[in-house]
Write a new protein. Structure first.
Length: 273
């Protein structure tokens, strides 16, 4: 699995240690990023949702990752234990990757107005937005030499995308949180950014009603007329997490083959006008 992606090898992350959250399987964006970081010499620890151990431990093995911790971001005790395990293994860290989100299925289909419930809305906000603030506070405590945090967002924060609904609202909060965290932690030399990939074939996308359509339309309506690649997302993560990204903080970087900036779809009518 480690060889599945063509991640450039090098030493951009040599001497850097950090945490990657959100690996569920080999298609997870977190896995692509972890693969790239290891290929550039990073020492990576993985946080995974309790219950996923069998698959994640086997995957981690393919990259030689030895530090793993089951962490549910809604559970303070598991957060405490996960960060303590990394502090013990690494001493301090230089980077943190927040690549997780969740909304109940009934909150990501159909009418946003009709289907939103208080409980579903708060669950999505808690796991998908608040958790980044909580992780940033804990990461900061073991990042004495500065560093870099990234999170993963989606265009549904800026545009009303069919079915994305509550998750879009949570991503908007996540992006705003990114700027506030960047402001707070900037003086400590910690950069904080968000990547906004186009639709990619992962478990999370499968949970969204009409997820396949998001993929097909994302490709068709993109400037490059292609899918967002794992290599492209992992490459952007590498830029922001390594010293290459030293002057960039508080940004939301689109990595979506140019989908976000297109105005109207191509049409023969428009060409004739
Ligand atoms: P994924 O399903 O592989 O990853 C989501 C991860 O969230 C899983 O590993 C899951 O275990 C974890 N998670 C859920 N609830 C958790 C909790 N309470 N505590 C700890 N972990 C929890 O899917 P993915 O597409 O790789 O998603 C990663 C990130 O990328 C998400 O923030 C997602 O919104 C974002 N993103 C995905 C796409 C896409 O099209 N796939 C596009 C843009 C942004």
């Amino acid at each position: 699995m480690a060889d599945e992606y063509q991640m450039p090898k090098g030493e951009l992350m040599k001497g850097k240690k950090g945490i990657v959250t959100g690996v569920a399987n080999h298609q997870s964006i977190a896995w692509g990023i972890a693969t790239q970081l290891v290929a550039q010499g990073a020492e990576v620890a993985l946080f995974y949702l309790p219950g996923m151990e069998r698959r994640v431990i086997a995957l981690a093995d393919t990259l030689g990752i030895k530090v793993l911790a089951p962490v549910d971001v809604t559970d303070d005790a598991s957060m405490d234990a996960g960060f303590a395990a990394v502090a013990e293994a690494f001493g301090s860290i230089d980077f943190f990757v927040h690549a997780l989100a969740f909304a109940p299925r009934d909150q990501i289909k159909g009418s946003f107005v009709e289907n939103s419930t208080r409980e579903g809305f708060l669950t999505a906000m808690n796991i998908s937005a608040y958790s980044f603030v909580d992780c940033a506070r804990r990461a900061n405590a073991i990042m004495p030499n500065g560093g870099s945090l990234i999170t993963l967002t989606y265009l549904g924060s800026e545009r009303a995308i069919p079915n994305y609904n509550t998750m879009g609202v949570a991503k908007a909060a996540l992006e705003a949180a990114t700027r506030y965290i960047a402001r707070d932690l900037g003086p400590a030399g910690i950069r904080v950014n968000a990547l906004s990939p186009g639709a990619m074939r992962t478990l999370s996308l499968a949970g969204i009603s009409g997820g396949r359509g998001m993929l097909a339309q994302g490709r068709a309506l993109s400037a490059l007329k292609e899918d967002t690649s794992m290599e492209g997302v992992a490459g952007a993560a590498l830029w922001l997490l390594s010293d290459l990204g030293r002057s960039t903080t508080g940004e939301v970087v689109h990595v979506d083959a140019g989908f976000h900036m297109m105005g109207l779809p191509d049409s023969d009518d428009a060409a004739d006008a």
